[in-house]
Design a protein. Structure first.
Length: 571
């Protein structure tokens, strides 16, 4: 069947057919020809040649062994390197998905981290010039032409401002938005076709990963977002970093734009160049241990944290402080998700398997509701090696991977923000172990969680939750009659109308409607009364003046709601 001529409409789905052919050719020659042929992707494109690999990947060759995954990872890595920046970026994302892929494949894809070619300095200079809107010589004394870092989206150069301040200039690759959108469009189409013919690939949930990749990458294209992330983290850390352990680079907004980011140059030594605690020194070991406290606070209390703390993204500065860079990948958690996360972590450190499963079922994505009893048994079996171990003896990375592997087996997929959290915990744990330092992440969490549980269950949070619940109930009661009317109108339009001829039925319906509304308002009034009482629990005011104003406000709302409900009941 010719995809170009069929109802699938390839030329409408894929705007750049030449790029589509190039991508198929690269994947085909690197060992994926059988999958491409079976999916029908190469039909109508006769120039696609068979694989040059002897061990071509197909549905029949899947054996789930470490060797097989390693071969697939190698083939993907070769393909991504050949296809350019957007595919290298995709490969780097896949390398972080320990929940989906075998470690052998992850190891291969991690080799992509430094495989991106830089742009020419002339191209970078043009982007900087256009961003400034004035000659470079009016801002910079010098920009070094050899980049100090290359990535899929940007290239980083050292520079000196006219006032002799040392900075780094991050320049976005010209035309990268168009390249990313075109390649994403093609990959999304290819994955959808392959998932139709391969149960094994469909099981991995690659479509979710690709959609997640596109959303995450698009958000990184505006460098001002990274600038805002950096400044927000600076403000948050300034409130809790009482020992002044961290040094966050200054952002030069006057020279930055969506295409160029200028920030302070941190003249420190990357942590991944250290090999032992002796090299790091006792002072820095103490600071690193305190940094885990700060990380836990930004994660659980602020809901905004650095999600890519690998050894190349933080430095030991000459003044014995920790310098942080690269704020493109930040984790964010809503108050509700923070409450869920606290519950999950508490269940993990107390080995409460039932609660752990129920919390994951509340936040995970799944197509079919799993057998929760079987899931609990699997969680218990996979976590049993960790039972009885002290916090210091517990390997955070192995524990997290055991949980993720079990969820994947039952086809439960963690939302992106949740996997970012677990990845951040594993990365931080791995950084410590690289120099023989036990950062005791769970010990920190164990210490902070009781306090955070108290904050979640505080009177202030209870009042806020009650207000939102009341608002939702009232809104639902208001829109229910309208939705019922719209539903009946739609049914009538489609010819499914029915006529109810029961004498007095309209009276009964009105009575039931008023009763339901009365019940809802009564519940809302009761909620206001309870919320108003919370501030004075255990205080026993001696006279009326000691009752807080907030209590009177909620009691007044309760009275008004009751009056409204009785008025409705009467009329």
């Amino acid at each position: 069947m010719d995809l170009i001529k069929t109802g699938i409409g390839l030329t409408k789905t894929i705007k750049n057919v030449a790029r589509f052919r190039e991508i198929l050719t690269v994947f085909s020659k690197n060992g994926f020809h059988s999958l491409i042929s079976k999916s029908g992707l190469s039909t109508g494109l006769p120039s696609i040649s068979p694989s040059t690999e002897t061990d071509d990947v197909s549905e029949e060759t899947i054996d789930d062994s470490e060797e097989w995954w390693g071969q697939v990872g190698s083939k993907l890595r070769k393909s991504f390197e050949e296809l350019g920046p957007s595919f290298v970026k995709m490969g780097q994302l896949l390398a972080t998905r320990e929940d989906l892929f075998d470690p052998a494949m992850i190891r291969e894809l991690k080799k992509l981290q430094n495989e991106v070619k830089p742009i020419s300095f002339q191209e970078a200079r043009t982007v900087i010039q256009e961003s400034l809107g004035k000659p470079i010589s009016q801002v910079y004394k010098k920009i070094e032409e050899v980049p100090i870092g290359t990535a899929s989206i940007g290239v980083v150069y050292r520079a000196t401002l006219l006032n002799d301040e040392k900075v780094v200039v991050k320049v976005k690759r010209p035309g990268i938005e168009k390249i990313l959108k075109t390649d994403f469009e093609i990959v999304r189409f290819m994955v959808a076709q392959v998932e139709k013919v391969s149960v094994g690939i469909r099981y991995l949930g690659l479509s979710r990963v690709i959609e997640d990749f596109f959303r995450a990458t698009m958000s990184e294209l505006n460098f001002m977002t990274e600038a805002q992330n950096c400044e927000r983290l600076t403000i948050n850390l300034s409130k809790i970093d009482v020992h002044n352990d961290f040094h966050i680079p200054k952002i030069y907004r006057e020279y930055s734009s969506s295409n160029v980011l200028v920030m302070e140059f941190l003249d420190g030594r990357p942590f991944n160049t250290y090999r032992s605690l002796e090299e790091v020194g006792p002072v820095m070991v103490e600071k690193l241990e305190r940094s885990v406290d700060l990380f836990a606070h930004t994660l659980l209390a602020d809901g905004f944290f650095h999600a890519d703390l690998h050894g190349g993204n933080f430095f030991i500065m000459p003044d014995q402080r920790l310098g942080l860079i690269d704020f493109g990948l930040m984790g964010t958690l809503s108050k509700k998700n923070r409450a869920n996360l606290i519950a999950v972590l508490y269940a993990v450190i107390t080995y409460n398997y039932d609660n752990l499963v129920y919390e994951f079922l509340e936040v995970a994505e799944y197509e079919e509701i799993p057998d929760h009893e079987e899931l609990i048994r699997d969680i218990r079996d996979n976590l049993s090696p960790f039972v009885g171990l002290s916090i210091k003896e517990t390997n955070v990375t192995e524990l997290v991977r055991a949980i993720i592997k079990t969820l994947s087996k039952h086809r439960l997929y963690l939302p992106r923000e949740w996997f970012i959290i677990f990845r951040a915990l594993m990365t931080l744990d791995g950084v410590g172990k690289s120099v023989g330092l036990d950062l005791n992440i769970f010990k920190i969490l164990e210490k902070d969680i009781p306090k955070l549980i108290g904050e979640v269950l505080s009177a202030e949070n209870a009042k806020e939750e009650a207000m939102w619940i009341g608002k939702d109930v009232l809104t639902s009661l208001r829109i229910l009659p309208k939705h019922l009317k719209w539903f009946m109108r739609e049914q009538a339009r489609r010819g499914y109308a029915f006529e109810l001829k029961i004498q007095g039925a309209d009276t009964y319906v009105r009575s039931i409607s008023r009763s339901l509304y009365f019940l809802g308002l009564s519940l809302l009034s009761g909620t206001f009364i309870i919320v108003g009482t919370l501030p004075i629990l255990g205080k026993e005011p001696q006279h009326i003046a000691e009752v807080p104003t907030i209590s009177w406000i909620f009691w007044g709302l309760a009275a008004l709601t009751l009056f409204r409900s009785f008025w409705l009941k009467k009329y």
